[in-house]
Unconditional design. Sequence first.
Length: 94
Amino acid sequence: MTKQEIPYLISKLIGDRPVRWAEVTGNYDGNDRTIEVFETDVEDQRLLFKKLRSLREQSEENIGGPLVIIFHTKQESKRLYQDFIDAWHKNITF
């Protein structure tokens, strides 16, 4: 598994939700290992964390440390990231 494959593998595991490596503006430990998951309301986040357990260990070996996950609600995904969401749904191929 390569770093570039990880967002797509995560997306497939959690129902084809849009996922990408974060475009971080600050500097913190893990900024190069931060994934954004879109269209995920609060009530879904715990279930998605459970689903991601099977992928975390292998992905963390490949990226050199713990995976940091940022969830965006459906409302905020639409409000702030609609262009990315539209592009994801048009271009997604597995």
